[in-house]
Design a protein around this ligand. Structure first.
Ligand code: HEC
Length: 99
């Protein structure tokens, strides 16, 4: 392989790999910033319920934190601290990834 082809191959590889990496990082970072103080650093529960191993689907978690639920206590009455749909999806996937 000549160096031009190698450069092209490397660049394409990075383009494929980077979105996946930043996606995972965002969910974890958003969780730590917006959820961990109540639900625990590892989703194990703190002052509020554990999320690790929740029976809720990622879609249900997203709905809960983006549309809110008036039957719940204040934190989830409104979108949690203005999460965007992308952040909410990343956080929901992060929670589902906790083992
Ligand atoms: C200020 C504290 C607080 C913060 C911040 C908070 N939560 Fe919660 N969360 C609660 C409380 C309290 C409940 C239980 C509500 C109830 O059942 O009445 C809950 C329940 C939940 C549930 C439902 C759990 C179940 O099994 O029924 C999910 C999912 C959830 N929170 C996700 C999140 C996510 C994701 C974030 C961050 C974006 C977050 N929460 C931030 C306090 C908080």
């Amino acid at each position: 392989m000549n160096s031009t082809k190698l450069l092209i191959a490397t660049t394409m590889g990075l383009c494929l790999a980077l979105p996946a990496l930043s996606f995972a990082a965002d969910g974890a970072a958003t969780y730590k910033a917006k959820c961990a103080m109540c639900h625990g650093a590892e989703g194990q529960g703190k002052v509020d319920p554990a999320l690790k191993g929740t029976s809720l689907s990622a879609d249900q978690i997203m709905a809960l934190i983006t549309t809110g639920d008036d039957s719940k206590k204040p934190p989830h009455k409104k979108p949690v601290n203005g999460l965007s749909p992308d952040d909410a999806k990343a956080v929901a996937d992060y929670i589902k990834s906790l083992k």
